[in-house]
Design a binder for this molecule. Sequence first.
Ligand code: NAP
Length: 274
Amino acid sequence: MPLSINGQTRLIGFFGTTYKTSKMYAMYNAAIDALGLNCIYVPFAVDDLQKATDGIRHLGVAAIGITIPYKTDIMLFLDELDGDAARIGAVNVVVNKDGRLIGSNTDGIGALRALREQAEPKGREVVLLGAGGAARAIAFALADAGASLTILNRTVAKAQELAEAVGNGTRYGGVDALPQSCEILINTTSYGMANTPEVGQSLVPPSFLHPDMTVMDIVSNPRETRLLQDAAAIGCKVVYGYRMLLWQGVYKFELFTGVEPPIAIMEQAMESMR
Ligand SMILES: NC(=O)c1ccc[n+]([C@@H]2O[C@H](COP(=O)([O-])OP(=O)(O)OC[C@H]3O[C@@H](n4cnc5c(N)ncnc54)[C@H](OP(=O)(O)O)[C@@H]3O)[C@@H](O)[C@H]2O)c1
């Protein structure tokens, strides 16, 4: 459908340094188009985060997707955080409710939904590699889902801090302290990501993997990380990072617009971005 802008068009935007290269415009705008909503999803080049956030109120912008490096800093300038954003300590979506800016976080529920396409974490031994922003979101979601969690991180103090925040007997250690018992392994570190020295490498020795294990990597570029290649070769179930990208975006779209997301359309648009 051709783009049609009028005085009622609602603006949904994106704050993040990757605004020039993000591929999510196609996904959100395809969903907006399919539902015939009078909205458009556009990039914003943020210079001063506080002023940009004030701009959401003053320009009547409906909602904003937030990514690196603003997920934590933006919390200072919002009126309210929902429960998930508050305990995670990061925001990836801001909704403007009549001038009040409310921060939420869909990374945890998005990751859980992606994982559940292959494995149910309730009652399972889950190893989470990493203790950064994404790990925080995923750790709380896994604990809520009833997983038995071990958090391993290069900086052990961060793993300890997160394990204590999550509670529920969550264990912690360094990245080489892989436990004997692991049914689900999730890499939330940036290790193996494109444009880093570790691309094509994995933190997990293939000898640790076994065919009954489900292995998820939230790194979505490259789509097939070394960890997932090793896991697939051994016969593990694998969960790709782009599945989390899809689901965290589906939940964001619901918050952006207040309507049920057209999942198949969003999935199709994401596939066409490959
Ligand atoms: N698929 C999705 O929807 C989705 C969503 C969010 C994020 N992500 C991806 O997830 C990754 C992490 O994002 P984030 O926001 O959590 O980043 P972050 O807060 O900067 O955390 C980075 C994590 O990676 C670890 N790490 C970095 N380099 C390492 C290395 N060389 N060896 C071992 N550990 C290393 C860090 O360990 P230390 O604490 O020791 O530094 C930390 O645990 C990124 O690749 C991001 O693109 C994907």
